[in-house]
Ligand binder design. Sequence first.
Ligand SMILES: *Cc1c(COP(=O)(O)O)cnc(C)c1O
Length: 418
Amino acid sequence: MSLTNGRYEIGGVDALSIVDQFEAPLYVYDSATMKRQYKRMAEAFKQVKRLRINYACKALTNLNVLRIFRELGSGLDTVSIQEVQLGLMAGFDPHDILFTPNCVSLDEVEEAAAKGVRLNIDNISILEQFGAKHPDTPVCIRINPHIMAGGNSKISVGHIDSKFGISIHQVPHVLKVVKALGITVEGLHMHTGSDIYDAEVFLRAVEILLNAAGDFPDLDYLDFGSGFKVPYKPGGIATDIEDLGEKLSARFNEFCGEYGRELELMFEPGKFLVSESGHFLVRTNVVKTTTASVFAGVDSGLNHLIRPMFYDAHHEITNVSNPDGKPRIYSIVGYICETDTFGVNRQLAEVREGDILAMANAGAYSFMMASNYNSRYRPAEVLVYEGQAHLIRERETMEDLLRGQVAIPSLERKEITA
Ligand SMILES: *Cc1c(COP(=O)(O)O)cnc(C)c1O
């Protein structure tokens, strides 16, 4: 979002005019930011001959967003059969989709295999069962390198007690299963889930995977997952992707030399590609002064954007409709009957009832985690594409809330008896 001549713009389109057209609360994404981030990552690893970026689409799966990434040449990382289906609907070649689920049934893995997507296996039980039935289908193995960087256990999935991946210490067991069943392992994968603050820490995990790769002679690719962090505050900490790109590319190329084959280097960023593209626009319902705080109560809550409450995530908040207002301190809260605080003690340009507030970094894991709690409708989504704001998902209605509900006829007809 940029301030041009006293007006906030998203992708060059006036933010308030988007709200006038599509109403609040509203998710607005800028496709130019997605493209910028994709190109930036591709550029950072340009020294690698075979690079593939698989957009981790659980961050934001609107079909239009998937099509943007397909057009950029991206592959797709998927975690459910439904995401696989969405990817195919958006026109991705099955071979460009990697299926990386966790704790799903053998049936679901077989369903994905039948669609021709690449499979990433995350436990030895499924490896044995799937391999016994389909020894000719090559697979990727998800390894847990047990690197724990960063302290948030809700997002760190590479530590010792994590449910994700097959422990690096179980590689000898994997090798026995693979050999006994004649399985081809075409890829090795890791995704620690930790934020990459420091290229050196990440390279330690990479080194663990490379060390294991020597035991697998049929590899075609190595997938180092994600963890690419974008700033959430002005000047906030972020992954130095150019630095990481330079160091990791050099090490990867060196490894390919040792291995004797030009392997494909894969990543699967979600947040890095879409977080900054999104703003969540809400309207202020009430400004309420209590003995201790001034609350700005908005027409949304944890039903629409749960990250501040679920992860303690920081989302910058800007008063879009009063850019010249005097700075004051507010707690920005939702309308849900829970404590749903978007931000505490934030300095905003004076907020008046009716003002539109924008929450930044609302592209990844924002709309996707929205719910109907308190029987509220999920918001609409808008994508700015080629300089124009397009509605890409309608706001829900009462029909959506009722869809799938089935009445018991005898109960529906009952009179009040008490
Ligand atoms: C969620 C997920 C990602 C994307 O993580 P980001 O932090 O959004 O980049 C990548 N790989 C796997 C397996 C995931 O589950």
